[in-house]
Design a protein around this ligand. Structure first.
Ligand SMILES: Cc1cc2nc3c(=O)[nH]c(=O)nc-3n(C[C@H](O)[C@H](O)[C@H](O)COP(=O)(O)OP(=O)(O)OC[C@H]3O[C@@H](n4cnc5c(N)ncnc54)[C@H](O)[C@@H]3O)c2cc1C
Ligand SMILES: *[C@@H]1O[C@H](CO)[C@@H](O)[C@H](O)[C@H]1NC(C)=O
Ligand SMILES: *[C@@H]1O[C@H](CO)[C@@H](O)[C@H](O)[C@H]1NC(C)=O
Ligand SMILES: *[C@@H]1O[C@H](CO)[C@@H](O)[C@H](O)[C@H]1NC(C)=O
Ligand SMILES: *[C@@H]1O[C@H](CO)[C@@H](O)[C@H](O)[C@H]1NC(C)=O
Ligand SMILES: *[C@@H]1O[C@H](CO)[C@@H](O)[C@H](O)[C@H]1NC(C)=O
Ligand SMILES: *[C@@H]1O[C@H](CO)[C@@H](O)[C@H](O)[C@H]1NC(C)=O
Ligand SMILES: *[C@@H]1O[C@H](CO)[C@@H](O)[C@H](O)[C@H]1NC(C)=O
Length: 534
C-alpha cells in the first residue's frame, strides 16, 4: 500500500460504523473491482441497497450513460478515451468519505467531477487506472436571506444557483460565470468570474466559508481547515486538496433594472479603431460596466473577415449606460435601440444566449442542447496592443480561419484586491484576459489535430503582445499545453512550469498547503499542486 494508515486517518475513520483494517486480503479475494468497492463501501457503513444505486463498473449497462452525462467536451468521448474502472455517485457526506477511503486503499487515482466542464476533461479522463467520484447528487442550495448568504453544494450548477437567487429576490445576484451547466465545484475552486467582476471581483472574492473532506476523511469547515487551506481552495483548484462539498457565499446587491447589449462591427464600421478605444477605457470606466469583445473570423460577402462583437452588461438603466459610453467609448456609437433593459437574472440568461422570452426555469436544465469538440487557451494583456498589432493579429486569424479570441476586461474591484489575497494572481495591471476558443462538430481526428494545431499557432503568434515571465494563464481555462505532470507523478519542477503561469508568486504557498494537507499526493491530476520535493 502506498499510503500506510496514519494515526490521524485511523481516528478519522473511528467515527464510521465499521473499521477496515483488512483491506489487502479483501482486495485480493475480490472477484472484480466492482466487488472490491461494493465490499469496501459496505465495510464503511454504506447500506447495500444504496451501493447498488451509486456504484457503476463498465459491466453495468448504465455505465456509459452515467459517464457521458457530464462529459462536456466531445474530444474526450471517443472509443480510445480511457474509461474509469469505477464510478461512484454518493448521496451524502458519508458516501464521499467512503469513496475516498476505498479508492485510497485500492491505490487508484481519484478524479472528482462536479459539472464536468473542465476544458481538458481532467475530471473524468486519465491515463492511469482511475475512479470517478461524481458529485451530481450533492447539489443542495440553502439560502439565508437575513444574512444574504447561501450554502451551495459542489454538484449544483450555476444555472441552479442563479435560479435559486431569483426565487429569493430580484435585487440580489452573484458574480459567477454565464454558462448555466457549469458546476460549482470546479468553477469556484478555480476562481470563477462573470460580467460583474469589475464591480464585485471574482466568485472566490465572495466566498466566506467552505466544507471540505480531506484525505483522511475528515469533514472540515473554515475553522477546522484553517486559513491556509481555505485560501488555497479559493482559486488554487479543489482537486489538489480534497473533495469540496460546499461553499458559503455572500450574495451581492443588484439594481432592479440592468442593461445589456450585443453589437457587431466589421472593418467597414472602423472596427479596429473601436477596439483600440475600447482597450483604452474598458478597465477604467464605471465599474458597473463590463464589455466583452469577441474577435472572430467569419465569412462575409464570400470573404473571410474579422467580426468584433461587443457584448455589454451594465448595472443601471440604458440612459446612464449611454452617457458612460458617450464620454468614454463614442466610437462604438451605441444607440438606445441596441439596449435591452431587464432584470439581473434575465440579463445573465441573455448573456447565456437564451431568447429573452425564455422562462427562468430553463436555468434548471442540467443538460446542454449540444456538446462540441473544443479547445481553449488563455493569455493576459498588460500593455495595450497597437492598432498595427491588432491588424496583424487579425490577418493571422483570417489566415488560420477558425480560432476566435474573447477579450474580458479587468480593472475596478479586480485592481483593488491584492495578488496574494487568493491563489488567483491576475489583478492590478491586467487590462484584459484573452480566451482562445475553437469549437467543432466533426469527429474526424484530422480536424482535431488541425484545430489544436491552429490554436497553438495563434498562441505562439501572440507571444509579443501578452504577459511574459511568467506567461500568465487562467486555471479555469484549463490548458495542458502549458505544462503538466504525467498522471501519478509529483514533480515540483514540472508543477512549477504550469503553477507559476496560473498562480505566479502564490504557487509556493499552494505547495506548502498541499504538502501539509495531502503529503502522500493522493489528490492528484495532470496539473495538480505538487508536494515539496523532500
Ligand atoms: C461552456 C463553458 C462556459 C464557461 N464559462 C465560464 C465563465 O463564464 N467563467 C469562468 O470562470 N469559467 C467558465 N468556464 C470554465 C469553468 O469555470 C471551469 O471549466 C470549471 O472548472 C468547471 O467546473 P465544473 O465543476 O463544471 O468542472 P469539472 O470538470 O467537474 O471540474 C473541474 C476541475 O475541478 C475539480 N473539481 C470539481 N469539483 C470538485 C470538488 N467538489 N472538489 C474538488 N475538486 C473538484 C475537478 O477534479 C477538475 O480538476 C466555462 C466552461 C465551459 C465549458
Ligand atoms: C451494477 O451491476 C451490479 C452487479 O450486477 C448491480 O448489483 C448494480 O445494481 C448495478 N449498478 C447500477 C447503478 O445499476
Ligand atoms: C458520445 O459519443 C456517442 C457516440 O458517438 C454519442 O452517441 C453521445 O451522444 C456522445 N456523448 C455526448 C455527451 O455527447
Ligand atoms: C439536501 O437537502 C435535503 C432536504 O433538506 C436533505 O434531505 C438531503 O440530505 C440533503 N442532501 C445533501 C447531499 O446534503
Ligand atoms: C471610419 O473612419 C474614417 C476615418 O476617420 C471616417 O471618415 C469614416 O466616416 C468612419 N466610418 C464609420 C462607419 O464610422
Ligand atoms: C458586404 O457587402 C455589402 C455591399 O457591398 C456591404 O454593404 C457590407 O458592408 C459588406 N459586409 C461586410 C461584412 O463587409
Ligand atoms: C425582448 O427582446 C425584444 C427584441 O429585442 C424586445 O422588443 C423586447 O422588449 C424584449 N423583452 C424583454 C422582456 O426584455
Ligand atoms: C486525414 O489526413 C490524412 C493525411 O493527411 C489523409 O490521408 C486522410 O485522407 C485524412 N482523413 C480524413 C478523414 O480527412
Amino acid at each position: 500500500m502506498q499510503f500506510p494508515l496514519s494515526s490521524t486517518m485511523l481516528s478519522a475513520f473511528l467515527l464510521l460504523p465499521f473499521l477496515f483494517f483488512d483491506s489487502q486480503s479483501l482486495f485480493v479475494s475480490a472477484d472484480s473491482t466492482y466487488d472490491y468497492f461494493a465490499n469496501c463501501l459496505t465495510k464503511q457503513g454504506i447500506p447495500s441497497d444504496e451501493i447498488s444505486h451509486i456504484l457503476y463498473s463498465p459491466e453495468n449497462a448504465s455505465f456509459t450513460t452515467v459517464l457521458n452525462d457530464y462529459v462536456r467536451n466531445q474530444r474526450f468521448n471517443t472509443s480510445t478515451t480511457k474509461k474509469p474502472t469505477i464510478i461512484v455517485t454518493p448521496l451524502d457526506i458519508q458516501g464521499i468519505q467512503a469513496a475516498i477511503f476505498c479508492t485510497k486503499e485500492a491505490d487508484l487515482q481519484l478524479k472528482i467531477r462536479s459539472g464536468g466542464h473542465d476544458y481538458e476533461g481532467i475530471s473524468y479522463v486519465s491515463r492511469k487506472t482511475f475512479v470517478i467520484l461524481d458529485l451530481f447528487n450533492i447539489r443542495n442550495i440553502t439560502f439565508d436571506m437575513d444574512s444574504k448568504t447561501a450554502w451551495v453544494q459542489s454538484g449544483a450548477t450555476l444555472g441552479e444557483l442563479f435560479y435559486g437567487i431569483w426565487k429569493q429576490s430580484n435585487v440580489y445576484g452573484f458574480p459567477a460565470g454565464v454558462c448555466p451547466t457549469v458546476g460549482v465545484g470546479g468553477h469556484f475552486s478555480g476562481g470563477g468570474y462573470g460580467p460583474m467582476l469589475r464591480k464585485f471581483g471574482l466568485t472566490v472574492d465572495n466566498v466566506v466559508d467552505a466544507q471540505i473532506i480531506d484525505v483522511n476523511g475528515k469533514v472540515l469547515g473554515r475553522k477546522g481547515m484553517g486559513e491556509d487551506l481555505f485560501w488555497a481552495i479559493r482559486g488554487g483548484g479543489g482537486a489538489s486538496f480534497g473533495v469540496i462539498v460546499a461553499y458559503k457565499i455572500n450574495l451581492v446587491p443588484v439594481p432592479e433594472t440592468v442593461t445589456v447589449f450585443n453589437v457587431k462591427k466589421f472593418e467597414a464600421d472602423n472596427a479596429t479603431d473601436i477596439l483600440v478605444q475600447w482597450q483604452q477605457v474598458a478597465d477604467k470606466y464605471d465599474e458597473n460596466l463590463f464589455i466583452r469583445v469577441l474577435v472572430q473570423p467569419v465569412t462575409a460577402n464570400n470573404t473571410k473577415v474579422i467580426r468584433l462583437t461587443f457584448i455589454g452588461f451594465y448595472m443601471g438603466d440604458s440612459d446612464s449606460l449611454l452617457s458612460v459610453l458617450n464620454s468614454h467609448l463614442p466610437l462604438l456609437k451605441l444607440q438606445k435601440s441596441d439596449c435591452t433593459e431587464t432584470s439581473w437574472v434575465k440579463s445573465m440568461m441573455i448573456w447565456m444566449n437564451f431568447d429573452n422570452s425564455t422562462a427562468e426555469e430553463v436555468l434548471l436544465n442540467r443538460t446542454p442542447d449540444s456538446v462540441n469538440f473544443l479547445k481553449r487557451k488563455s493569455d493576459y494583456v498588460l500593455t495595450p496592443i497597437t492598432k498595427n498589432g491588432f491588424t496583424s493579429i487579425f490577418n493571422k486569424m483570417v489566415e488560420l480561419g477558425k480560432v476566435g479570441l474573447v477579450f474580458n476586461p479587468y480593472g475596478g474591484k479586480m485592481s483593488e484586491i491584492a495578488e496574494s489575497d487568493a491563489p488567483f494572481p491576475h489583478r492590478k495591471g491586467v487590462i484584459y484576459k484573452i480566451q482562445y476558443s475553437v469549437n467543432w462538430q466533426d469527429a474526424s481526428l484530422n480536424l482535431t489535430k488541425q484545430y489544436l494545431g491552429e490554436a497553438r499557432e495563434l498562441y505562439s503568434f501572440m507571444t509579443p503582445y501578452v504577459s511574459s515571465n511568467p506567461r500568465q494563464a487562467f486555471l479555469n481555462y484549463r490548458d495542458l499545453d502549458i505544462g503538466q505532470n504525467a498522471n501519478g507523478k509529483n514533480s515540483y519542477k514540472q508543477g512549477k512550469v504550469y503553477g507559476e503561469k496560473y498562480f505566479k508568486g502564490n504557487f509556493d504557498r499552494l505547495v506548502k498547503v498541499k504538502t501539509a494537507v495531502d503529503p502522500g499526493n493522493f489528490f492528484r491530476n495532470e496539473q495538480s499542486i505538487p508536494t515539496l520535493p523532500y
